[in-house]
Design a binder for this molecule. Structure first.
Ligand SMILES: *[C@@H]1O[C@H](CO)[C@@H](O)[C@H](O)[C@H]1NC(C)=O
Ligand SMILES: *[C@@H]1O[C@H](CO)[C@@H](O)[C@H](O)[C@H]1NC(C)=O
Length: 231
């Protein structure tokens, strides 16, 4: 459904002079290797509460030169152009008053894109981006471009941050467990068969030595008792 749009700017001074900015209102995480956080463009779309407001994300080392006609036709990020439209909202979503505890930010690059149109796709690391808001309603209006935003370089973290191959780990654990059980059984069998005479009898022997020793206190008795027990 294509609308006829006026490429003229009724009282849009607040919009056309607005420069999107990375927020300073969070203690950390306003710029990462795959995303950044913008201040919401509050209180500039009062005349556009029902109009669509899009964020245009452009990439490239130089400030993009997109025509108003290009900006006014939403482009999906999956088309892999040098720019795309995302974070569709309406003017109503960017009011003048927000709750005092809220932090009005927009995360750019926060989505996993399978099957999502106009996805807010994760950004590339160490890449230059420029953003601007466009109003697509009865008329088209656009903010300034942001300054160049360069995402952080992706650093390989320590190996334990890489998810382990869990299937392999489980198989290995089971094999080790089985081997250990077999070893234990062998050990028990070996004890029962091979060492019966030595180990068991010695145990009984010494216990009996003590009990006989205490009971009768005679060396002769101890020797006799051993014979009985050995049967
Ligand atoms: C991120 O926010 C901090 C303050 O919290 C600010 O000093 C820093 O400049 C911001 N980063 C960018 C890229 O604007
Ligand atoms: C993103 O999608 C991939 C593949 O569909 C999935 O493995 C991953 O868990 C998803 N990540 C998040 C954060 O949803």
């Amino acid at each position: 459904h294509s609308k006829t749009r006026l490429f003229c700017f009724p009282d849009t001074a607040g919009i056309t002079s607005y420069v999107p900015k990375i927020t300073q209102n969070v203690t950390f995480g306003n710029l990462s290797y795959s995303s950044f956080l913008l201040d919401q463009p509050l209180c500039i779309f009062n005349e556009n509460i029902n109009d669509d407001i899009w964020l245009v994300v452009a990439t490239g080392s130089a400030k993009p030169t997109l025509t108003t006609a290009e900006l006014s036709e939403p482009v999906d990020q999956s088309l892999r152009k040098s720019y795309y439209h995302t974070l569709r909202a309406t003017g109503r979503d960017y009011p003048c008053q927000i709750s005092s505890s809220a932090v009005a930010i927009l995360a750019v690059g926060s989505q996993n894109c399978s099957g999502i149109s106009y996805c807010n796709a994760k950004l590339k690391s160490n890449e230059s981006y420029w953003v601007k808001f466009v109003v697509l309603g009865e008329y088209v209006a656009e903010t300034q471009w942001s300054n160049q935003i360069i995402t952080k370089e992706y650093k390989n973290f320590t190996p334990n941050s890489v998810p382990p191959n869990t299937d392999g780990m489980i198989a290995l654990t089971i094999i080790l467990g089985v081997l250990l059980a077999i070893l234990l059984i062998c050990l028990i069998i070996a004890l029962l068969i091979g060492s019966k005479d030595i180990c068991w009898h010695r145990t009984f022997d010494s216990r009996n030595l003590i009990s006989w020793d205490m009971g009768r206190g005679s060396l002769q008795a101890i020797h006799n008792s051993k014979d009985h027990i050995y049967m």
